[in-house]
Ligand binder design. Structure first.
Ligand code: FAD
Ligand code: DHB
Length: 392
């Protein structure tokens, strides 16, 4: 089998890239190792930058997003038992974010692709990429119990952090920068309307908490927990008690409305960037190239930014024969990636409690948060990064 662009991975990066290429009449094939139901149910991100929603709309994937997405004009920071709201449009010249779950983005893109093409193969696991330094790289993959080969002009690794595409770049030609954090998140879905109108990021002496939402009737909640925490140690009532204690403020009596919890899972926090994002005819996009800790809500948005740049570059190459934009791909993306890495690291370390941190460190955190609450400039810096820098 032959194609122009072989895409490994049918997460948001792979699916959106396929959609953008299809609209530009560049042919491609998507190989996804899991089945459709698994990919559509996997609980992950929930916040879309304005640039992300613009891209989804422009490629025809915005209909349900416009109907069901919840537009948010700010977030609330809670620290020192008080609350401060950041007004995004006022701080950023009109930018907003949208609450629309990654599961829904993925469902919308899969439905479009199955209806209109290009080919999307579920249960197709890439085993290796060979010939990245030739003009006919190949993806070797397992499907229906047999091994197959997909010969391509370009291969794009959208196969996430644990994917195989990265390994097609020789070790001597790539460098990975990483950072681990001494805490994880316990995330749950709750069958109860959100207790606040906007997202709440809470710093407390008991650790970080995040109150988010999926729909007007479903809440999404996170608690900082020690690494290697067993979710079984967190029965529902303990989770609610802890959320209530960490997000409490002195100014208003506040309690989260409680409801049944589902999808209880612990996720580690990690920063990682692999450079370069292109070597020969293999290109990396999304989590395959970089991971951010989730506190800045950047992971999914970065994946969308990567493939937007990449679709433009591949289309340019297809139409004009010029590889100029492809040659610039890695440097163009890495600039935004490192900005998001910095912001995500900043949000994470400003709001979480390191088990080793001293009372001095805590005072510095509170001073930083107080500065954001008291200065338009400090607040605008956060708001501009959170709502997303312009897409190039
Ligand atoms: P992925 O979504 O990981 O997609 C990769 C796809 O490739 C998957 O479908 C996988 O099955 C497939 N694949 C892997 N290997 C192969 C192979 N060998 N062959 C074929 N297919 C393969 N971000 C936030 O902003 N907020 C959050 O709350 C948040 N929570 C997260 C929770 C978890 C547990 C994880 C892992 C990530 C979370 N993220 C969050 C990050 C965000 O979800 C990712 O940045 C986003 O999914 C990136 O999209 P992607 O398409 O690059 O990668
Ligand atoms: C969600 C996740 C995040 O990491 C974040 O910063 C905000 C919201 C969410 O899943 O809703």
């Amino acid at each position: 089998r032959d194609t122009t662009v072989g895409i490994i991975g049918g997460g948001p990066a792979g699916l959106l890239l396929a959609r953008l290429l299809h609209r530009a009449a560049v042919d491609c094939v998507v190989l996804e190792s899991r089945d459709r139901a698994y990919v559509e149910q996997r609980q992950r991100a929930g916040i879309l930058e304005q640039g992300t929603t613009d891209v989804l709309r422009a490629c025809g994937a915005g209909e349900r997003l416009d109907r069901e997405g919840l537009v948010h004009e700010g977030i609330e920071l809670r620290f020192d038992r008080r609350s401060h709201r950041l007004d995004f449009p006022a701080l950023t010249d009109g930018r907003r974010v949208t609450v629309y779950a990654q599961t829904e983005v993925v469902k919308d893109l899969i439905a479009l692709q199955l209806a209109e093409g290009p080919p999307l193969l579920f249960g197709a696991r890439a085993l290796a990429v060979t010939g990245a330094d030739t003009d006919r790289p190949r993806v070797h993959y397992a499907h229906d119990g047999r091994e197959h080969t997909l010969a391509c002009a370009y291969v794009v690794g959208c196969d996430g952090f644990h994917g195989v595409a990265r390994q097609a770049i020789p070790e001597s030609a790539r460098r990975t920068f990483t950072r681990r954090y001494p805490y994880s998140w316990l995330g749950v879905l709750a069958e109860v309307p959100p207790s606040c109108d906007e997202l709440v990021y809470a710093h407390s002496d008991r650790g970080f908490a995040l109150l988010s939402m999926r729909t007007p009737t479903v809440s999404r909640l996170y608690l900082q927990v020690p690494n290697d925490t067993d979710p079984a140690d967190w029965p529902d009532e303990r989770i609610w008690d802890e959320l209530q204690a960490r997000a409490a403020v002195d100014t208003v009596p506040w309690k989260p409305a409680r409801g049944p919890l589902t999808a209880k899972a612990v996720l580690p926090l990690r920063s990682s960037v692999t450079e370069p994002m292109r070597w020969g005819r293999i290109l990396l996009a999304g989590d395959a190239a970089h991971i951010v800790p989730p506190t800045g809500a950047k992971g999914l948005n970065l994946a969308v930014a990567d493939v937007t740049v990449l679709a433009r570059a591949l289309t340019h190459r297809h139409r004009t024969g010029s590889a100029e934009l492809l040659d610039a791909y890695s440097a163009t993306c890495l600039r935004r990636v490192w900005r998001a890495e910095h912001f995500s690291h900043f949000m994470t370390t400003a709001l979480h409690t390191d088990p080793e941190q001293s009372p001095f460190d805590t005072r510095l955190q509170l001073s930083q948060l107080d500065r954001i609450a008291g200065s338009w400039h400090a607040a605008a810096e956060l708001a501009e990064n959170y709502t997303g820098l312009p897409l190039y």
